[in-house]
Design a protein around this ligand. Structure first.
Ligand code: NAG
Ligand code: NAG
Ligand code: NAG
Length: 331
């Protein structure tokens, strides 16, 4: 199930198209209309991705495990914004499967292919749940699987993987040294680590997290993964990070915006972070927003219809991780 959101604008009425379902009507000036359109999409996500009773809540192939964490994060936001609790039990079940048994978002089944970015998407879901005070069950507390605890565990694990022996720092994409991506320092792994550090700093007021956020962001800029003109590449290759994969993906911009917004808040309006936000936003609009319709476009694959199973969801993280809701005042 893939979504094209939104494709057509008729006055205030936006029609959301899915590839498999009929168009959903949406009046963006009406809260009730937004709520009911969102409910349909949330239900389609639940029906289309979750296999009831499946171990570790792995979505249907070809969708990967990380996407399940990303979807749970979307459902947490759905609950927070609509008050609709119908999927909350599913979130808890999916979460407990994701964290078990080692309580670090590294389930045994994923041990070969899990990258820092996969773990990061789940961890960002848990900081979402922390900030929004998503209800925790007694069972979850007894298991020490609280959202904040797990995010902090992942933070410490990933900080331990920081590699300054090559490229002056950064996280490698893959955790497992036998995977090709072990030789790649990609934007999304580092961008999610940055966002996680920044949001933890803001939530806990612990300076150690803020230091990690600053170190990670400044490294991305120094090594020119984020160029001086705010062209955000996909990542840089070892041994020296002088060779880049130049493709631009919307979720890379989104995660950086979210982290910068959290740091702007943590530093009580710090000028450096304001500049980063303004420049990243300008680049984001120029790169991904269709001038005519105003819709976000995944420029790398959308027009050519060549997106893989991961990529159609990237725009959602740009929209969700824009950082405005979570860090620059409520709504
Ligand atoms: C979601 O939770 C409901 C209520 O507990 C349950 O009936 C349904 O099967 C769950 N869906 C999935 C996909 O696990
Ligand atoms: C802040 O976080 C770091 C890293 O997790 C931890 O070692 C330290 O004890 C924390 N400091 C406080 C005051 O909680
Ligand atoms: C930081 O976030 C809080 C809570 O959302 C908000 O009240 C405050 O105005 C924000 N500060 C800045 C500088 O944006």
């Amino acid at each position: 199930m893939r979504f094209e959101i939104p494709s057509l604008l008729w006055g205030g009425i936006v029609v959301l198209l899915t590839r498999t379902a009929a168009a959903i009507e949406l009046d963006i000036d009406s809260y009730d209309s937004i709520k009911s359109a969102t409910k349909i999409i949330a239900q389609e996500l639940a029906d289309g991705y979750w296999i009831p009773g499946d171990v570790h809540g792995v979505p249907h192939p070809p969708y990967y495990w990380w996407l399940h964490g990303a979807i749970l994060g979307g459902i947490v936001d759905y609950w927070a914004m609509t008050g609709d609790t119908r999927f909350n039990a599913n979130v808890t079940i999916g979460w407990l499967r994701g964290v078990s048994p080692s309580l670090d978002l590294q389930p045994d089944e994923q041990s070969f292919s899990e990258g820092n970015d996969d773990q990061g998407f789940w961890s960002i879901m848990s900081i979402d749940a922390t900030e929004r005070a998503f209800p925790e069950t007694e069972n979850q507390k007894e298991m020490h699987a609280g959202f904040l605890e797990i995010t902090q565990t992942v933070q410490n694990l990933q900080a331990g993987r920081w590699d300054d022996k090559t490229c002056g720092g950064g996280l490698r994409w893959q955790i497992n040294p036998t995977n090709d991506g072990f030789l790649y320092k990609n934007t999304i792994s580092n961008g999610l680590f940055f966002q996680q550090s920044a949001r933890l700093a803001r939530y806990t007021k612990n300076q150690t997290y803020a230091d990690w956020a600053e170190r990670t962001y400044k490294w991305l800029r120094e090594v020119k993964i984020v160029r001086d003109d705010f062209y955000v590449t996909d990542g840089a290759w070892l041994p020296d990070c002088k060779k880049f994969t130049e493709k631009r993906w919307s979720y890379n911009y989104g995660t950086l915006l979210a982290g910068c917004a959290a740091m702007y808040n943590f530093t009580d309006g710090g000028a450096y972070w304001k500049e980063q936000i303004d420049s990243l936003l300008t680049a984001t609009y120029a790169t991904f927003f269709d001038a005519e319709s105003g819709a976000i476009k995944e420029i790398q694959c959308q027009d050519s219809d060549s997106c893989n199973a991961d990529q159609p969801s990237f725009k959602a993280y740009l929209a969700r991780h824009d950082g405005i809701q979570s860090s620059c005042g409520e709504t």
